[in-house]
Design a protein around this ligand. Structure first.
Ligand SMILES: CC(C)(COP(=O)(O)OP(=O)(O)OC[C@H]1O[C@@H](n2cnc3c(N)ncnc32)[C@H](O)[C@@H]1OP(=O)(O)O)[C@@H](O)C(=O)NCCC(=O)NCCS
Length: 169
């Protein structure tokens, strides 16, 4: 049975371990989607998903993590960051490849949005790569509207074309 809950500190340590294991393999689908596709250097992506970075995001950057579990194993997560009293950004939503297409991403998204709504958030944004057709379809099916296209320079120096999606809560 798949369950979804808000992550505690121990969950974040386990999540980091899982992500770093997947990212160690540069041929893995997760490395290709999260790093190679956007030219993210290996050292940068390993730092982003380190235990210290996830704990710091939760402690100091107003980030909330929800995890999906099956039989105690983490199979996906959502990270939302509260930007101010009424707005939040869905910073990451990842379902690990073997578990995709079964509704886990939708459930994670709805849990994360419900939690934001409870905290008074009225508008959630998410930045999606312009060419990420599947992810864009996913957000459109879930009530998000692509409002703006923007090209940003990523911290590792590469220009990335994004679509800013928004959804009112
Ligand atoms: C986008 C993502 C979170 C969806 O999770 P999921 O558990 O597969 O989604 P669900 O089963 O709830 O919904 C399925 C829908 O997601 C979309 N989708 C995106 N990628 C998919 C994939 N690899 N397999 C199946 N569906 C996918 C489709 O629109 C699908 O709709 P359909 O059934 O009409 O074809 C997941 O595919 C993922 O982790 N992708 C890589 C990371 C990413 O792109 N994140 C979003 C950008 S921040």
């Amino acid at each position: 049975m798949i369950t979804i809950r808000r992550a505690d500190k121990e969950d974040l340590r386990n999540l980091s371990r899982k992500l770093l294991t997947l990212l160690k393999d540069e041929e893995s689908q997760v490395f290709r989607e999260e790093a190679a596709k956007f030219g993210v250097p290996r050292s940068y992506i390993m730092k982003v998903f380190s235990e210290a970075a996830l704990l710091e995001a939760a402690d100091k950057r107003n980030a909330t993590f929800h995890i999906a579990l099956e039989g105690g194993e983490i199979i996906g997560f959502a990270e939302t960051i509260k930007l101010d009293d009424h707005t939040a950004e869905l910073d990451r939503l990842i379902v690990f490849p073997p578990w995709r297409g079964r509704g886990v991403g939708t459930s994670l998204l709805h849990k994360a949005l419900a939690d934001m709504k409870k905290q008074g958030v009225k508008m959630v944004t998410v930045n999606v790569g312009r060419d990420e057709v599947q992810a864009r379809r996913f957000y459109e099916k879930n009530g998000f509207e692509g409002t703006e296209e923007r090209t940003v320079e990523a911290p590792w120096g590469r220009e990335i074309a994004l679509v800013i999606y928004r959804r009112r809560l």
